[in-house]
Design a protein around this ligand. Sequence first.
Ligand SMILES: C[S@@+](CC[C@H](N)C(=O)[O-])C[C@H]1O[C@@H](n2cnc3c(N)ncnc32)[C@H](O)[C@@H]1O
Length: 212
Amino acid sequence: MTSTELAREALPQKIKQTIKRSLGPWGVFLEGFMRHPVMVGSIIPSSRFTINRMLKPVDWANCKLFVEYGPGVGTFCRPVLDRLPRDGQLIVIDTNPLFIEYLRKTISDSRFIAVHGSASDVEEIVRAHGHEKADYVLSGLPFSTLPDGIGPAIAAATHRVIRKGGAFLVYQFTPKARSYMARHFQRIDDALEPINVPPCFLWWGWKDEDED
Ligand SMILES: C[S@@+](CC[C@H](N)C(=O)[O-])C[C@H]1O[C@@H](n2cnc3c(N)ncnc32)[C@H](O)[C@@H]1O
């Protein structure tokens, strides 16, 4: 191959990288979506309205461990770290290695841990990082497109891992997740956030102090 042919072949690659760099986190999210559309489930990250509303009921003063499933490019990570106490910890779990690598590169906060794995292994992951229970778990998982049995298994493991008084925070475009939550969480608050693409349901499943 001549040098002119080599240069011609490298050009589309260069253009792709330039576009990706100029899009910042959006470019990484788009690439993650194009590689695994079913697992990512959405083409646009959550809006700040969704973030603020979802995080509002959290009792931050009593939050030592916050876990997030499916952080993507970290839309929720910085807002969670901004609210988390200095001695708290945020563990995020995502099956997409591209997102985990991006988060490790871009978030340098000693309270932040990015784990490449599945939310269904949350109990082992929490234990491996020295905790018995999580105070809150947040999920951006596309429950309606997860492989059979995974959604119910994640809801069950999440209920076991949350301490009494804590909660499971879920945002979703379809009501599927709520049906999985309702098998374990006796009290679920809900809302609809219209300023999000598309508008999304928000649920807070509370693990009350007087539960068995
Ligand atoms: C809709 S995106 C979430 C985007 C992001 N949290 C936001 O607010 O914009 C769903 C994410 O869930 C991840 N995911 C899918 N299945 C998973 C699983 N079993 N465990 C952990 N993460 C998973 C995908 O890789 C993707 O990053």
